[in-house]
Ligand binder design. Structure first.
Ligand SMILES: [Zn+2]
Length: 284
């Protein structure tokens, strides 16, 4: 990642999509400079949001950083993203779908104000198009080929999700799937095996929908996840049932489910994960 200042402008040239952009974004927030993004991969909505995620050197989550001012402009070259490793797009699809499920569940007991309501309404753009075009988009990315399907998925990952994130309050932009992801960041095996944010978050959606008893939606997402190889069981993310005490403690240590239609307990997460394990076993 190259990063250089020109006058009052902090420029960032990224070989990245999530952590690289967030690093420069937090720097821009803290030095009060305008910020432009050039996503070279579509792995998260980081290049469109004012939220920056800060990690410890060991890869575990440290904190969320917020700015009232989003970035000034995003420059997206779909050919560059088509030529980037397809695994980033694959993980990005997982993170994108999360936005829809988390903001609809997190806001369920509230009467959202205008900006929140706009974001929640927009959030269906983060799930339906991904499931509609995701498999073809991934194949096109593997072939380094820009197509309408790939463009739709890139716009879904970066723009739709970024707008939802900027419209809704932080308690709606996150939820139990991200809490579960944060939990798995404490396991050295998550970092050692190079599991992506969006990859683990997509597994978190399956657990979240199971806990929420949205079985029809869970089953639809499960089929899609299996079709493109997103994780559907603990073994897919190199985790074991005996790791879960650490995972659930970390999952609930953050702010992700402080606004939620019901109180989430560690036991609830363990039960959701084990129920998913049984479902996955049955479906193979
Ligand atoms: Zn995310």
């Amino acid at each position: 990642m190259l990063e250089f200042s020109v006058g009052a402008v902090l420029f960032s040239a990224h070989a990245g999509g999530g952590k690289a952009i967030d690093t420069c974004k937090v720097l821009a927030h803290s030095t009060n400079r305008p910020f432009f993004t050039f996503p070279t991969i579509a792995s998260t909505c980081a290049s469109c949001t004012s939220l920056g995620i800060v990690y410890h050197p060991d890869g575990s989550l440290r904190e969320y950083s917020f700015s009232k001012i989003p970035l000034n402009h995003i420059f997206i070259n779909t050919q560059i993203i088509a030529e980037a490793p397809d695994i980033y797009l694959w993980a990005g699809m997982g993170d994108t779908m999360t936005k829809h499920y988390e903001c609809t569940i997190s806001s369920r007991n509230d009467i959202p104000a205008h900006s929140d309501a706009m974001g929640i309404a927009l959030s269906s753009m983060c799930a339906v198009p991904i499931m509609r075009w995701g498999e073809k988009a991934l194949a096109d990315c593997k072939a380094n080929q820009v197509s309408d399907e790939l463009t739709e998925v890139i716009l879904g990952i970066i723009i739709s999700t970024g707008f939802v994130s900027n419209f809704v309050q932080v308690d709606y932009t996150t939820g139990l799937a991200h809490a579960i992801y944060n939990g798995f960041t404490v396991l050295p095996s998550t970092e050692e095996n190079g599991h992506f944010h969006g990859e683990v978050v997509s597994y978190g959606i399956l657990v979240m929908l199971t806990i929420d008893k949205q079985y029809a939606e869970r089953d639809t997402l499960y089929k899609f996840s299996r079709s493109i190889g997103l994780p559907t069981r603990l073994a897919d993310i190199h985790a074991k049932a005996e790791d879960l005490a650490k995972v659930t403690a970390k999952a609930l240590a953050g702010i992700d489910v402080r606004v939620y239609p019901y109180t989430v307990t560690e036991q609830m997460i363990v039960d959701g994960i084990m129920e998913m394990e049984a479902y996955d076993e049955k479906m193979r």
